[in-house]
Unconditional design. Structure first.
Length: 142
């Protein structure tokens, strides 16, 4: 989730009850100057279970981080397992946002066709992010 929407989400939670019609919320966001794309993004975060409030995060000592989703040029390239592994590395703290982007970019450049879990694991191991790899059963990434 993009941190820039946290204040907007908090305002919406204060202003509207949980059972408020989405049309009312959309109309209010529009009156505040948000465009259709932004409104869609905000509403999807507001009504999803993955958007914690900042108060809850502070109360339990969590750091709210953004979630990187695949761009259109990446959707057909990564297998589900490979993308899930990247997200797991990021969520565990083993890979920061910049390293995550470097791994994604490296995979897109160096792997032809679909990018699978063995490809991503090999890259993560070579970069020092994955020490749990077994033996030399990884494909050669150049």
């Amino acid at each position: 989730m993009d941190d820039r929407w946290l204040p907007v989400l908090e305002e919406l939670r204060r202003r509207f009850a949980a059972d408020t019609d989405v049309v009312e919320v959309e109309a209010w966001l529009s009156s505040q100057g948000y465009d259709r794309r932004q409104i869609g993004e905000i509403l999807s975060l507001l009504y999803s279970d993955t958007a914690p409030s900042t108060a809850f995060a502070a109360e339990v000592g969590l750091t709210v981080t953004s979630l990187r989703v695949q761009g259109p040029h990446e959707r057909g390239r990564f297998t589900t397992d490979a993308w899930g592994y990247l997200v797991m590395l990021h969520a565990s703290g083993a890979v920061g946002p910049n390293e995550f982007e470097l791994l994604v970019e490296r995979a897109l450049i160096h792997v032809d066709g679909r990018i699978g879990l063995p490809d991503i694991r090999a890259m993560a191991e070579e970069s020092g992010f994955d020490d749990g790899a077994v033996g030399g059963a990884h494909p050669l990434i150049h």
